[in-house]
Design a protein. Structure first.
Lengths: 286, 84
């Protein structure tokens, strides 16, 4: 058995076009996919959690989304982290945070472009990956709105009564139901490969960050490389968005399912639409 | 003499008539059914068949660029990765 891994920023279209068997995306992004497709899908594994925070300048005085009403906010697109922030903030703050909202001036750019715009003061806040604002994190110029390092921490703190659930994953593993049911050995193989990768991350985090600096917003030629390396390593330790295992279990699925009720309640998902299907594939030996 | 001649010709006519009747009788007799013999020829042909191994199942996975993918490739966890 062989894994052909394809890297692209347009992974959804690639998968939808039938060019891949498995795609990784947020579980909250599956309902829009279901809405646009006649296919049935299965979520059968998990990789990492919603990790994109809302950054503001530390000296701006912005502490909540209410402070940003009417302000310019950069986002990476209408779906992804923008959407799950919109879902949660609609419930907790009663705001309409989405592309096209009348309450905010929401503009769409790449993460790196939004990082630059925040740096230059062209936007007041941004839903931006930390790698894109690394120098400003090191210097203490940018701060996390609500002090959370990503959507998963906000969900944990505001929607799980026990404040423990590691949810709203930014990357689950998704396959078409027909392919999933026809290829149980491939599914076992795929999950075993990623479990190994996850184990490698846990054991060699700093080595991996140092080995792939550009992927972590680091410039190896920069005079501040070592300081920036320490910053991102610390950030990844404080806000670790990787899960402990790629294997789902029934307890996790039960705790995650209310996300879709929340999406319906906040009009991010049609009332009549069914929840995505989760399948807890057991790890080897179970 | 005349009587002898008459007898002679009568005998000749009789013989000819018997011969004709005998010939006609043979022609009128039903033909014997033809025997059809089917011969099955078995031919043994040697054919060389190449036994190819079952092709490995390829799992196609598409993902946004991720450092862990690169790590998995460099450490051999993943054999090869394509970038589009």
């Amino acid at each position: 058995m062989r894994l052909n891994a394809i890297s692209t920023w347009d992974e959804f279209a690639f998968f939808a076009g039938g060019h891949a068997d498995i795609v990784s995306t947020g579980d909250y992004e599956v309902p829009p996919l279901m809405e646009e497709s006649d296919e049935d899908f299965v979520i059968f594994g998990i990789y990492n959690l919603g990790r994109v925070p809302i950054w503001v300048k530390c000296d701006s005085g912005y502490e909540t989304i209410q402070d940003l009403k009417g302000k310019k906010i950069g986002v990476p697109g209408p779906l992804s982290s923008t959407m799950i922030w919109g879902v949660m903030l609609a419930e907790t703050e009663g705001v309409d945070f989405r592309v096209g909202s009348d309450e905010f001036d929401v503009i769409v750019n790449s993460h790196s472009a939004n990082g630059e715009l925040l740096r230059q003061g062209e936007i007041d806040a941004g839903v931006i990956i930390p790698e894109a604002v690394l120098p400003e994190i090191t210097s203490g110029e940018v701060c996390l709105l609500y002090g959370v390092g990503g959507t998963w921490e906000y969900y944990r703190d505001h929607f799980d009564p026990e404040k423990k659930h590691k949810g709203v994953p930014g990357n689950i593993f998704l396959a078409k139901k027909e392919w999933f049911e026809a290829n149980p050995k491939a599914i076992d193989f795929f999950l075993a490969v990623w479990e190994e990768g996850l184990k490698g991350w846990k054991e060699n985090r700093e080595f991996i960050i140092r080995s792939y600096p550009e992927d972590h917003g680091l410039d190896p030629e920069s005079e501040t490389f070592e300081a920036d390396l320490q910053t991102i390593t610390q950030y990844l330790t404080d806000h670790d968005w990787f899960v402990d295992t790629v294997y789902l279990d029934e307890e996790w699925i039960e705790l995650e399912t209310p996300v879709f009720d929340l999406m319906r309640k906040t009009n991010f998902m049609p009332e009549e639409q069914e929840n995505p299907t989760f399948v807890a594939v057991p790890p080897p030996g179970n | 003499m005349l009587k002898s001649n008459k007898t002679f010709w009568l005998c000749i006519i009789l013989l000819v008539g018997v011969s004709v009747l005998a010939a006609c009788g043979q022609a009128a007799a039903p033909a014997a059914p033809a025997a059809v013999e089917t011969v099955v020829v078995e031919k043994v042909v040697e054919k060389i068949v190449e036994v190819t191994p079952e092709p490995p199942t390829v799992v196609r996975f598409v993902f946004a660029p991720d450092p862990l993918l690169r790590y998995m490739e460099d450490t051999g966890i993943i054999a090869k990765r394509s970038i589009i």
